[in-house]
Design a protein around this ligand. Structure first.
Ligand code: DAK
Length: 257
């Protein structure tokens, strides 16, 4: 499909979004963010897709929002266009989203990675929120997503200082899931994507809903939601197949129904 600032393509049951503005280190302008979100939603609706991957190129994930586009905004122009609102829609995607990060994931680029469910990073990846150095602050979910991921104390330190940190530090903080050599990021991401794509899609979806809800619900409400989702899996053919395959000592073949 033709998009100006991203490449979107499908590999088996994996939908890929590749950021493609290399001249400005994949700086995210409004049209690019619209294209990313529209493609994620399209993949989410597509029954043939089980897992989504968001990636940059071998040098950079994204060096933040496009500073040139942003610099002349006013409070009123931002209020009227509400350019950040589109990011909320990423939170409504039901399928697993993996971020594959080489090089810089800064500002809005880091926010995009944080909106994804899992992050696989190269050893040379650099994360951070430099917004404070521009006299602004994260606005596309950064303060919320980072705090929920690593706690408000560490999030405050990182966002206040605005300094970049390495992939290994990010993994130690609990933001990044896996760190691998730069030349293996793509391979490791796709390996994980294929592994997830072979799991029961309805289970993955209900697990995502339950785990994400844990950030907002009380323990008892969360347990109730989890229980109802567990019961719901028994309405799927994949539950029958999964348990039958176990008793027949063979691998299951899930269909997502
Ligand atoms: N915006 C626009 N251009 C950028 C850019 C950016 N964020 N980052 C890099 N570029 C451009 C550079 O201007 C340069 O362009 P030319 O000079 O070649 O024309 C080219 O990319 C290569 O960059 P450098 O020459 O600077 O490359 P270096 O390797 O020397 O340095 C760097 C890499 C990542 C350290 C450096 O480029 C850098 O500090 N970049 C800016 C990082 C940053 O402050 N990012 C913005 C944070 S604020 C929003 C949603 C979210 C947000 C805001 C609005 N809306 C929906 C409206 C979030 C805000 C942010 O992300």
């Amino acid at each position: 499909m033709s998009k100006k600032y991203i490449n979107a393509y499908i590999e088996d049951s994996i939908g890929v979004v590749q950021l493609n503005r290399p001249d400005v280190l994949n700086a995210l302008n409004r049209q690019m963010v619209d294209e990313i979100v529209e493609t994620l939603e399209m993949y989410d609706r597509d029954d043939k897709i089980n897992v989504i991957v968001v990636k940059g190129n071998e040098k950079v994930f994204a060096a933040g929002a496009d500073i040139e586009e942003m610099m002349d905004e006013s409070p009123l122009s931002l209020e009227l266009a509400d350019p950040f609102a589109v990011w909320d829609r990423i939170q409504l995607i039901n399928k697993p989203i993996l971020a594959s990060v080489n090089g810089f994931a800064l500002g809005g680029g880091f926010e995009l990675a944080l909106h994804c469910d899992l992050i696989i990073a190269a050893e040379n990846a650099q994360f951070g929120f430099p917004e404070v150095k521009l006299g602004v602050m994260p606005g596309a979910g950064g303060t919320q997503l980072l705090s929920k991921a690593i706690g408000s104390r560490k999030a405050l330190e990182l966002i206040w200082l605005g300094e970049s940190f390495s992939a290994k530090q990010a993994r130690d903080f609990g933001v990044v899931n896996r760190v691998v050599a730069p030349e293996l990021v793509e391979e490791e991401t796709m390996r994980l994507a294929y592994q997830l794509a072979n799991q029961a899609p309805i289970s993955l979806r209900l697990i995502k809903e339950s785990v994400k809800a844990s950030e907002d619900l009380s323990l008892m409400d969360g347990m109730k939601l989890e229980r109802k989702n567990f019961y719901l899996t028994f309405d799927s053919q994949d539950q029958t197949e999964g348990m039958k395959a176990f008793t027949e000592k063979r691998p299951p073949h899930f269909k997502g129904v």
